[in-house]
Design a protein around this ligand. Structure first.
Ligand code: SAH
Length: 465
Protein backbone atom coordinates (compact mmCIF):
# COMPACT_ATOMS: atom_id res chain seq x y z
CA UNK A 1 0.00 0.00 0.00
CA UNK A 2 1.26 3.45 -0.56
CA UNK A 3 0.69 7.14 -0.13
CA UNK A 4 2.15 9.44 -2.73
CA UNK A 5 2.46 13.20 -2.40
CA UNK A 6 3.37 15.39 -5.36
CA UNK A 7 3.76 19.13 -5.50
CA UNK A 8 4.50 21.57 -8.30
CA UNK A 9 5.20 24.38 -5.88
CA UNK A 10 8.54 25.95 -6.80
CA UNK A 11 11.07 24.86 -5.80
CA UNK A 12 9.21 21.58 -5.54
CA UNK A 13 12.01 20.03 -3.48
CA UNK A 14 10.78 22.15 -0.55
CA UNK A 15 8.56 19.12 -0.01
CA UNK A 16 11.59 17.54 1.65
CA UNK A 17 11.59 20.32 4.26
CA UNK A 18 7.88 19.88 4.87
CA UNK A 19 8.20 16.14 5.35
CA UNK A 20 11.47 16.49 7.26
CA UNK A 21 12.90 13.90 4.90
CA UNK A 22 15.78 14.67 2.54
CA UNK A 23 14.81 14.01 -1.12
CA UNK A 24 18.35 12.82 -1.78
CA UNK A 25 17.96 9.68 0.29
CA UNK A 26 15.61 6.78 0.97
CA UNK A 27 14.29 6.60 4.52
CA UNK A 28 13.21 3.62 6.52
CA UNK A 29 11.24 3.56 9.75
CA UNK A 30 10.55 0.36 11.68
CA UNK A 31 7.39 -0.42 13.63
CA UNK A 32 6.21 -3.39 15.60
CA UNK A 33 4.05 -4.36 12.64
CA UNK A 34 6.48 -3.78 9.78
CA UNK A 35 8.50 -1.11 8.01
CA UNK A 36 7.71 2.16 6.30
CA UNK A 37 9.87 3.31 3.40
CA UNK A 38 9.81 6.89 2.26
CA UNK A 39 11.57 7.86 -0.96
CA UNK A 40 11.36 10.35 -3.78
CA UNK A 41 10.84 8.86 -7.25
CA UNK A 42 11.04 12.40 -8.60
CA UNK A 43 12.73 15.43 -7.04
CA UNK A 44 13.10 18.35 -9.43
CA UNK A 45 12.60 22.06 -9.11
CA UNK A 46 9.29 21.96 -10.98
CA UNK A 47 7.89 18.76 -9.56
CA UNK A 48 8.67 16.61 -6.57
CA UNK A 49 7.04 13.38 -5.45
CA UNK A 50 7.43 11.57 -2.15
CA UNK A 51 6.18 8.02 -1.77
CA UNK A 52 5.48 6.31 1.52
CA UNK A 53 5.25 2.55 1.17
CA UNK A 54 4.27 0.37 4.06
CA UNK A 55 5.58 -3.11 4.34
CA UNK A 56 3.48 -4.98 6.88
CA UNK A 57 4.69 -8.15 8.46
CA UNK A 58 1.56 -10.28 8.89
CA UNK A 59 3.34 -12.58 11.31
CA UNK A 60 4.34 -9.68 13.55
CA UNK A 61 0.69 -8.62 13.62
CA UNK A 62 -0.34 -11.93 15.08
CA UNK A 63 2.50 -12.41 17.53
CA UNK A 64 1.34 -12.47 21.14
CA UNK A 65 -2.35 -12.45 20.22
CA UNK A 66 -4.73 -15.24 21.11
CA UNK A 67 -6.60 -17.05 18.39
CA UNK A 68 -9.74 -15.03 19.11
CA UNK A 69 -10.58 -14.30 15.50
CA UNK A 70 -9.74 -17.75 14.25
CA UNK A 71 -6.36 -18.68 12.86
CA UNK A 72 -7.28 -18.28 9.24
CA UNK A 73 -8.38 -14.67 9.48
CA UNK A 74 -5.24 -13.85 11.43
CA UNK A 75 -3.08 -14.79 8.50
CA UNK A 76 -5.40 -14.38 5.56
CA UNK A 77 -6.53 -10.78 5.58
CA UNK A 78 -5.99 -7.54 3.74
CA UNK A 79 -3.65 -6.01 6.30
CA UNK A 80 -0.42 -6.36 4.31
CA UNK A 81 -1.98 -4.82 1.21
CA UNK A 82 -4.65 -2.29 2.09
CA UNK A 83 -4.17 1.34 3.02
CA UNK A 84 -5.56 0.71 6.46
CA UNK A 85 -5.29 2.13 9.93
CA UNK A 86 -1.68 0.99 9.83
CA UNK A 87 -0.95 3.49 7.10
CA UNK A 88 -2.41 6.21 9.28
CA UNK A 89 -0.24 5.05 12.18
CA UNK A 90 2.82 4.97 9.93
CA UNK A 91 2.06 8.48 8.66
CA UNK A 92 1.72 9.66 12.25
CA UNK A 93 5.19 8.42 13.03
CA UNK A 94 7.06 9.03 9.77
CA UNK A 95 5.80 12.47 8.81
CA UNK A 96 4.38 13.76 12.07
CA UNK A 97 5.70 17.31 11.69
CA UNK A 98 4.11 17.60 8.25
CA UNK A 99 0.75 16.50 9.65
CA UNK A 100 1.09 19.06 12.42
CA UNK A 101 2.08 21.74 9.89
CA UNK A 102 5.53 22.36 11.35
CA UNK A 103 8.69 22.82 9.31
CA UNK A 104 12.03 23.77 10.81
CA UNK A 105 13.40 25.27 7.61
CA UNK A 106 10.33 26.28 5.57
CA UNK A 107 7.53 27.28 7.96
CA UNK A 108 6.21 29.78 5.42
CA UNK A 109 5.73 26.99 2.86
CA UNK A 110 4.11 24.77 5.48
CA UNK A 111 1.68 27.60 6.19
CA UNK A 112 0.98 28.29 2.53
CA UNK A 113 -1.55 26.78 0.14
CA UNK A 114 0.55 24.92 -2.42
CA UNK A 115 -0.48 22.78 -5.40
CA UNK A 116 -0.71 19.16 -4.23
CA UNK A 117 -1.71 15.82 -5.59
CA UNK A 118 -2.06 12.93 -3.16
CA UNK A 119 -2.67 9.33 -4.18
CA UNK A 120 -3.67 6.56 -1.76
CA UNK A 121 -3.97 2.97 -2.90
CA UNK A 122 -5.47 0.55 -2.37
CA UNK A 123 -7.97 2.24 -0.10
CA UNK A 124 -10.60 -0.05 1.47
CA UNK A 125 -14.00 1.38 0.62
CA UNK A 126 -16.23 -0.57 2.93
CA UNK A 127 -19.74 0.56 2.13
CA UNK A 128 -18.86 1.40 -1.48
CA UNK A 129 -17.20 4.08 -3.53
CA UNK A 130 -19.92 6.49 -2.61
CA UNK A 131 -18.68 6.56 1.00
CA UNK A 132 -15.24 7.68 -0.15
CA UNK A 133 -16.88 10.50 -2.07
CA UNK A 134 -19.12 11.55 0.81
CA UNK A 135 -16.13 11.71 3.14
CA UNK A 136 -13.68 13.61 0.92
CA UNK A 137 -15.91 15.76 -1.29
CA UNK A 138 -16.92 18.22 1.48
CA UNK A 139 -13.31 19.46 1.64
CA UNK A 140 -13.58 20.66 -1.92
CA UNK A 141 -10.79 18.46 -3.26
CA UNK A 142 -10.70 17.45 -6.88
CA UNK A 143 -11.46 13.78 -6.43
CA UNK A 144 -10.69 10.79 -8.55
CA UNK A 145 -11.86 7.41 -7.31
CA UNK A 146 -10.82 4.48 -9.46
CA UNK A 147 -12.19 1.05 -8.65
CA UNK A 148 -9.65 -1.76 -8.48
CA UNK A 149 -10.48 -5.08 -10.13
CA UNK A 150 -10.63 -8.12 -7.89
CA UNK A 151 -8.28 -9.86 -10.29
CA UNK A 152 -6.86 -8.19 -13.41
CA UNK A 153 -6.77 -11.60 -15.08
CA UNK A 154 -10.44 -12.19 -14.38
CA UNK A 155 -12.21 -8.90 -15.14
CA UNK A 156 -15.50 -10.83 -15.10
CA UNK A 157 -15.14 -11.15 -11.30
CA UNK A 158 -15.78 -7.44 -11.09
CA UNK A 159 -14.46 -4.80 -8.71
CA UNK A 160 -12.91 -5.34 -5.32
CA UNK A 161 -13.83 -3.34 -2.23
CA UNK A 162 -10.72 -1.24 -2.80
CA UNK A 163 -10.13 1.93 -4.77
CA UNK A 164 -7.32 4.18 -5.81
CA UNK A 165 -7.99 7.65 -4.50
CA UNK A 166 -6.44 10.79 -5.96
CA UNK A 167 -6.95 14.15 -4.27
CA UNK A 168 -5.87 17.37 -5.96
CA UNK A 169 -5.98 20.73 -4.28
CA UNK A 170 -4.12 23.89 -3.62
CA UNK A 171 -4.00 23.85 0.13
CA UNK A 172 -1.75 23.40 3.13
CA UNK A 173 -0.03 20.04 3.12
CA UNK A 174 -0.95 19.66 6.81
CA UNK A 175 -4.65 19.97 6.00
CA UNK A 176 -4.76 17.25 3.41
CA UNK A 177 -2.63 14.93 5.59
CA UNK A 178 -4.78 15.53 8.65
CA UNK A 179 -7.91 14.66 6.70
CA UNK A 180 -6.24 11.48 5.52
CA UNK A 181 -5.04 10.27 8.93
CA UNK A 182 -8.59 10.53 10.23
CA UNK A 183 -10.51 9.28 7.23
CA UNK A 184 -8.28 6.37 6.20
CA UNK A 185 -8.91 4.55 9.51
CA UNK A 186 -12.59 5.45 9.25
CA UNK A 187 -12.80 3.76 5.86
CA UNK A 188 -11.02 0.70 7.15
CA UNK A 189 -13.54 -1.45 8.97
CA UNK A 190 -11.10 -4.01 10.36
CA UNK A 191 -11.25 -5.12 13.94
CA UNK A 192 -7.54 -5.81 14.09
CA UNK A 193 -6.84 -2.37 15.38
CA UNK A 194 -6.92 -1.71 19.09
CA UNK A 195 -8.79 1.41 20.09
CA UNK A 196 -7.29 2.93 23.20
CA UNK A 197 -9.18 5.42 25.33
CA UNK A 198 -6.87 8.26 24.27
CA UNK A 199 -8.03 7.72 20.69
CA UNK A 200 -10.82 10.23 21.30
CA UNK A 201 -8.28 12.92 22.18
CA UNK A 202 -6.27 12.11 19.08
CA UNK A 203 -9.37 12.26 16.92
CA UNK A 204 -10.50 15.57 18.35
CA UNK A 205 -7.03 17.09 17.99
CA UNK A 206 -6.77 15.99 14.40
CA UNK A 207 -10.35 16.90 13.64
CA UNK A 208 -10.09 20.39 15.10
CA UNK A 209 -11.54 23.00 12.82
CA UNK A 210 -13.19 20.64 10.33
CA UNK A 211 -14.70 17.59 11.96
CA UNK A 212 -17.21 19.62 14.00
CA UNK A 213 -18.94 20.74 10.83
CA UNK A 214 -18.23 17.87 8.44
CA UNK A 215 -21.59 16.62 7.11
CA UNK A 216 -20.53 13.03 7.78
CA UNK A 217 -19.24 13.77 11.27
CA UNK A 218 -21.16 10.90 12.86
CA UNK A 219 -20.07 8.40 10.31
CA UNK A 220 -16.42 9.38 10.62
CA UNK A 221 -16.45 9.29 14.43
CA UNK A 222 -18.38 6.01 14.64
CA UNK A 223 -16.11 4.24 12.21
CA UNK A 224 -12.89 5.79 13.46
CA UNK A 225 -13.70 4.57 16.96
CA UNK A 226 -14.69 1.11 15.69
CA UNK A 227 -18.13 1.06 17.22
CA UNK A 228 -16.83 1.62 20.78
CA UNK A 229 -20.07 3.20 21.92
CA UNK A 230 -18.86 4.94 25.07
CA UNK A 231 -16.00 6.58 23.15
CA UNK A 232 -18.28 7.54 20.26
CA UNK A 233 -20.74 9.16 22.60
CA UNK A 234 -17.96 11.08 24.29
CA UNK A 235 -16.47 12.23 20.97
CA UNK A 236 -19.79 13.22 19.41
CA UNK A 237 -20.84 15.07 22.53
CA UNK A 238 -17.60 17.05 22.48
CA UNK A 239 -17.94 17.85 18.79
CA UNK A 240 -21.54 18.94 19.06
CA UNK A 241 -22.57 22.57 19.17
CA UNK A 242 -24.59 23.89 22.11
CA UNK A 243 -27.99 23.36 20.43
CA UNK A 244 -27.07 19.86 19.38
CA UNK A 245 -25.98 19.00 22.91
CA UNK A 246 -29.42 19.91 24.17
CA UNK A 247 -31.05 17.66 21.60
CA UNK A 248 -28.78 14.78 22.52
CA UNK A 249 -29.56 15.25 26.20
CA UNK A 250 -33.25 14.83 25.43
CA UNK A 251 -32.58 11.53 23.73
CA UNK A 252 -30.57 10.41 26.74
CA UNK A 253 -33.23 11.45 29.27
CA UNK A 254 -35.71 9.55 27.16
CA UNK A 255 -33.71 6.45 28.08
CA UNK A 256 -33.55 5.28 24.50
CA UNK A 257 -29.86 5.77 23.98
CA UNK A 258 -29.21 2.30 22.63
CA UNK A 259 -32.17 2.55 20.33
CA UNK A 260 -30.81 5.90 19.23
CA UNK A 261 -27.50 4.24 18.38
CA UNK A 262 -29.27 1.60 16.32
CA UNK A 263 -31.20 4.33 14.60
CA UNK A 264 -28.00 6.17 13.74
CA UNK A 265 -26.65 3.01 12.14
CA UNK A 266 -29.80 2.36 10.16
CA UNK A 267 -30.98 5.94 9.80
CA UNK A 268 -30.14 6.72 6.19
CA UNK A 269 -32.67 4.02 5.31
CA UNK A 270 -35.42 5.06 7.73
CA UNK A 271 -35.56 1.35 8.06
CA UNK A 272 -37.67 1.14 11.15
CA UNK A 273 -40.45 3.11 9.47
CA UNK A 274 -40.31 0.79 6.48
CA UNK A 275 -40.57 -2.20 8.80
CA UNK A 276 -43.47 -0.89 10.82
CA UNK A 277 -45.37 0.28 7.74
CA UNK A 278 -44.89 -3.08 6.02
CA UNK A 279 -46.00 -5.02 9.08
CA UNK A 280 -49.08 -2.82 9.48
CA UNK A 281 -49.98 -3.23 5.79
CA UNK A 282 -49.45 -6.99 5.91
CA UNK A 283 -51.65 -7.34 9.00
CA UNK A 284 -54.30 -5.37 7.17
CA UNK A 285 -54.07 -7.44 4.01
CA UNK A 286 -54.37 -10.62 6.08
CA UNK A 287 -57.75 -9.33 7.24
CA UNK A 288 -56.73 -9.44 10.91
CA UNK A 289 -59.03 -7.61 13.32
CA UNK A 290 -57.74 -8.66 16.75
CA UNK A 291 -53.96 -8.41 16.86
CA UNK A 292 -51.07 -8.84 19.26
CA UNK A 293 -47.97 -6.69 19.19
CA UNK A 294 -45.50 -8.90 21.05
CA UNK A 295 -42.49 -7.01 22.41
CA UNK A 296 -44.28 -3.77 21.55
CA UNK A 297 -41.55 -1.52 22.96
CA UNK A 298 -42.83 2.04 23.22
CA UNK A 299 -45.76 1.25 20.96
CA UNK A 300 -44.71 2.48 17.53
CA UNK A 301 -46.60 -0.26 15.68
CA UNK A 302 -49.65 0.20 17.89
CA UNK A 303 -49.60 3.89 16.96
CA UNK A 304 -49.98 2.89 13.32
CA UNK A 305 -52.55 0.16 13.78
CA UNK A 306 -54.84 2.23 15.91
CA UNK A 307 -55.39 4.66 13.01
CA UNK A 308 -57.14 1.88 11.06
CA UNK A 309 -60.62 0.83 12.17
CA UNK A 310 -60.11 -2.68 10.80
CA UNK A 311 -58.14 -3.40 13.96
CA UNK A 312 -60.82 -3.60 16.61
CA UNK A 313 -58.60 -4.93 19.36
CA UNK A 314 -54.85 -4.30 19.68
CA UNK A 315 -52.91 -5.81 22.54
CA UNK A 316 -49.33 -4.82 23.21
CA UNK A 317 -47.15 -7.12 25.31
CA UNK A 318 -43.85 -5.95 26.72
CA UNK A 319 -41.47 -7.21 29.37
CA UNK A 320 -39.76 -3.91 30.15
CA UNK A 321 -41.69 -1.64 32.47
CA UNK A 322 -39.76 1.37 31.19
CA UNK A 323 -40.87 0.71 27.61
CA UNK A 324 -44.36 -0.09 28.80
CA UNK A 325 -44.59 3.24 30.65
CA UNK A 326 -43.51 5.00 27.49
CA UNK A 327 -46.09 3.13 25.46
CA UNK A 328 -48.73 4.13 27.98
CA UNK A 329 -47.69 7.77 27.75
CA UNK A 330 -48.08 7.63 23.96
CA UNK A 331 -51.43 5.96 24.32
CA UNK A 332 -52.71 8.68 26.59
CA UNK A 333 -52.18 11.23 23.86
CA UNK A 334 -54.56 9.41 21.52
CA UNK A 335 -58.23 10.28 21.14
CA UNK A 336 -60.50 8.26 23.43
CA UNK A 337 -62.07 6.40 20.47
CA UNK A 338 -58.67 5.02 19.45
CA UNK A 339 -57.35 4.46 22.95
CA UNK A 340 -60.18 2.17 23.98
CA UNK A 341 -59.22 -0.39 21.31
CA UNK A 342 -55.74 -0.80 22.80
CA UNK A 343 -54.64 -2.80 25.81
CA UNK A 344 -51.09 -3.01 27.19
CA UNK A 345 -49.91 -6.03 29.12
CA UNK A 346 -46.69 -6.67 30.91
CA UNK A 347 -45.46 -10.13 30.07
CA UNK A 348 -42.50 -12.22 29.02
CA UNK A 349 -42.89 -14.02 25.73
CA UNK A 350 -40.94 -17.06 26.76
CA UNK A 351 -43.79 -18.01 29.12
CA UNK A 352 -47.17 -19.30 28.10
CA UNK A 353 -49.84 -16.69 28.68
CA UNK A 354 -53.55 -17.47 28.45
CA UNK A 355 -54.29 -13.77 27.82
CA UNK A 356 -52.70 -14.11 24.38
CA UNK A 357 -54.94 -16.87 23.04
CA UNK A 358 -57.60 -16.46 20.37
CA UNK A 359 -56.14 -13.62 18.29
CA UNK A 360 -56.13 -13.29 14.48
CA UNK A 361 -52.52 -12.27 14.18
CA UNK A 362 -49.37 -11.48 16.14
CA UNK A 363 -46.43 -9.28 15.19
CA UNK A 364 -42.94 -9.63 16.60
CA UNK A 365 -41.08 -6.64 15.22
CA UNK A 366 -37.35 -6.82 15.96
CA UNK A 367 -37.91 -8.95 19.05
CA UNK A 368 -36.51 -12.44 18.50
CA UNK A 369 -32.92 -11.23 18.24
CA UNK A 370 -33.24 -9.92 21.82
CA UNK A 371 -33.85 -13.44 23.13
CA UNK A 372 -30.99 -15.76 24.05
CA UNK A 373 -30.77 -18.43 21.34
CA UNK A 374 -31.20 -21.22 23.86
CA UNK A 375 -34.47 -19.69 25.11
CA UNK A 376 -35.90 -18.96 21.72
CA UNK A 377 -37.50 -22.36 21.74
CA UNK A 378 -39.73 -21.27 24.64
CA UNK A 379 -40.88 -18.22 22.72
CA UNK A 380 -41.66 -20.36 19.70
CA UNK A 381 -43.79 -22.63 21.81
CA UNK A 382 -45.71 -19.93 23.61
CA UNK A 383 -46.36 -17.93 20.42
CA UNK A 384 -46.91 -20.59 17.76
CA UNK A 385 -48.34 -23.38 19.87
CA UNK A 386 -50.01 -21.78 22.88
CA UNK A 387 -51.22 -18.36 21.73
CA UNK A 388 -51.42 -19.79 18.19
CA UNK A 389 -52.92 -16.89 16.24
CA UNK A 390 -53.91 -17.50 12.60
CA UNK A 391 -50.95 -15.44 11.39
CA UNK A 392 -47.59 -14.47 12.88
CA UNK A 393 -45.28 -11.82 11.43
CA UNK A 394 -41.65 -11.87 12.56
CA UNK A 395 -39.07 -9.28 11.52
CA UNK A 396 -35.36 -9.46 12.27
CA UNK A 397 -32.18 -7.84 10.85
CA UNK A 398 -30.50 -9.46 7.89
CA UNK A 399 -26.88 -9.91 8.98
CA UNK A 400 -25.75 -10.29 5.36
CA UNK A 401 -26.52 -6.62 4.93
CA UNK A 402 -24.37 -5.41 7.84
CA UNK A 403 -21.34 -5.13 5.56
CA UNK A 404 -23.10 -2.21 3.86
CA UNK A 405 -23.73 -0.10 6.95
CA UNK A 406 -21.06 2.56 6.88
CA UNK A 407 -21.23 3.28 10.60
CA UNK A 408 -21.26 -0.32 11.79
CA UNK A 409 -17.88 -1.85 12.60
CA UNK A 410 -17.29 -5.28 11.09
CA UNK A 411 -18.54 -8.16 13.22
CA UNK A 412 -20.68 -5.88 15.41
CA UNK A 413 -24.43 -6.09 15.91
CA UNK A 414 -26.71 -3.15 15.19
CA UNK A 415 -27.94 -2.95 18.78
CA UNK A 416 -26.07 -3.63 22.03
CA UNK A 417 -28.84 -5.88 23.29
CA UNK A 418 -28.99 -8.12 20.23
CA UNK A 419 -28.09 -11.70 21.12
CA UNK A 420 -27.72 -12.70 17.48
CA UNK A 421 -28.28 -11.39 13.98
CA UNK A 422 -29.17 -13.92 11.34
CA UNK A 423 -28.20 -14.14 7.71
CA UNK A 424 -31.02 -14.72 5.22
CA UNK A 425 -30.19 -18.41 5.15
CA UNK A 426 -30.28 -18.70 8.96
CA UNK A 427 -33.63 -16.94 9.19
CA UNK A 428 -35.06 -19.12 6.43
CA UNK A 429 -33.87 -22.28 8.18
CA UNK A 430 -35.46 -21.15 11.44
CA UNK A 431 -38.72 -20.22 9.71
CA UNK A 432 -38.83 -23.55 7.94
CA UNK A 433 -38.37 -25.46 11.17
CA UNK A 434 -40.90 -23.44 13.16
CA UNK A 435 -43.51 -23.58 10.41
CA UNK A 436 -43.31 -27.30 10.07
CA UNK A 437 -43.20 -27.90 13.83
CA UNK A 438 -46.36 -25.89 14.55
CA UNK A 439 -48.35 -26.39 11.37
CA UNK A 440 -47.87 -23.02 9.68
CA UNK A 441 -47.00 -22.10 6.13
CA UNK A 442 -44.53 -19.29 5.65
CA UNK A 443 -42.99 -16.85 3.22
CA UNK A 444 -40.09 -14.43 3.73
CA UNK A 445 -40.10 -10.89 2.41
CA UNK A 446 -37.24 -8.42 2.25
CA UNK A 447 -37.66 -5.17 4.19
CA UNK A 448 -35.95 -2.11 2.80
CA UNK A 449 -34.13 -1.64 -0.45
CA UNK A 450 -32.65 -4.86 -1.80
CA UNK A 451 -28.93 -5.00 -2.57
CA UNK A 452 -28.11 -7.52 -5.30
CA UNK A 453 -25.43 -9.21 -3.22
CA UNK A 454 -26.39 -8.65 0.42
CA UNK A 455 -30.18 -8.61 0.19
CA UNK A 456 -32.36 -6.15 2.10
CA UNK A 457 -31.39 -4.63 5.46
CA UNK A 458 -34.17 -6.45 7.27
CA UNK A 459 -36.41 -9.46 6.70
CA UNK A 460 -39.97 -10.45 7.55
CA UNK A 461 -41.35 -13.93 7.93
CA UNK A 462 -45.11 -14.24 7.35
CA UNK A 463 -46.50 -17.40 8.97
CA UNK A 464 -50.09 -18.43 8.34
CA UNK A 465 -52.12 -21.38 9.47
N1 SAH B 1 -41.44 -3.99 18.50
C1 SAH B 1 -40.91 -2.73 18.95
C2 SAH B 1 -39.69 -2.87 19.89
C3 SAH B 1 -38.54 -3.66 19.34
S1 SAH B 1 -37.19 -3.73 20.49
C4 SAH B 1 -40.57 -1.87 17.77
O1 SAH B 1 -40.46 -2.38 16.68
O2 SAH B 1 -40.42 -0.67 17.91
C5 SAH B 1 -37.47 -5.30 21.24
C6 SAH B 1 -38.47 -5.24 22.38
O3 SAH B 1 -38.72 -6.58 22.79
C7 SAH B 1 -37.96 -4.49 23.58
O4 SAH B 1 -38.90 -3.50 23.94
C8 SAH B 1 -37.80 -5.56 24.63
O5 SAH B 1 -38.05 -5.09 25.93
C9 SAH B 1 -38.83 -6.57 24.21
N2 SAH B 1 -38.55 -7.91 24.68
C10 SAH B 1 -37.37 -8.54 24.70
N3 SAH B 1 -37.49 -9.77 25.24
C11 SAH B 1 -38.80 -9.90 25.57
C12 SAH B 1 -39.56 -10.94 26.18
N4 SAH B 1 -38.98 -12.08 26.54
N5 SAH B 1 -40.87 -10.73 26.37
C13 SAH B 1 -41.45 -9.57 25.99
N6 SAH B 1 -40.79 -8.56 25.44
C14 SAH B 1 -39.48 -8.72 25.22
Amino acid sequence: MFLQITTTHRPATDLGYLLHKNPGRAHEVEFGFGKAHLFYPEAGDARCTATLVLDIDPVALVRGKGTGDGLLSQYVNDRPYAASSFLAVAMGRTIREAIQGRSRERQAVADAAIPLEVVVAPLPARGGEDIVRRLFAPFGYDLKIEPILLDPHRPDWGHSQYVTLTLCATCRLADILTHLVVIIPALDGAKHYYIADDEVEKLLTRGKGWLETHPERELIVTRYLRGRRSLIKDALARLASAEETEEAAEVAVDGSRMDAAEEIIERPLRLHDVRLDTVAETLKSLGAARVLDLGCGEGKLIGRLVKDKQFIEIVGVEVSSVSLARALARLEKLPEKQRERVKLLQGALIYRDARLRGFDAAALVEVIEHIEPDRLYHLERSVFSDAAPRAVLVTTPNADYNALFPTLAAGKFRHEDHRFEWSRAEFAAWAERVASAYGYQFRIEPLGEVDAQHGAPSQMGVFTR
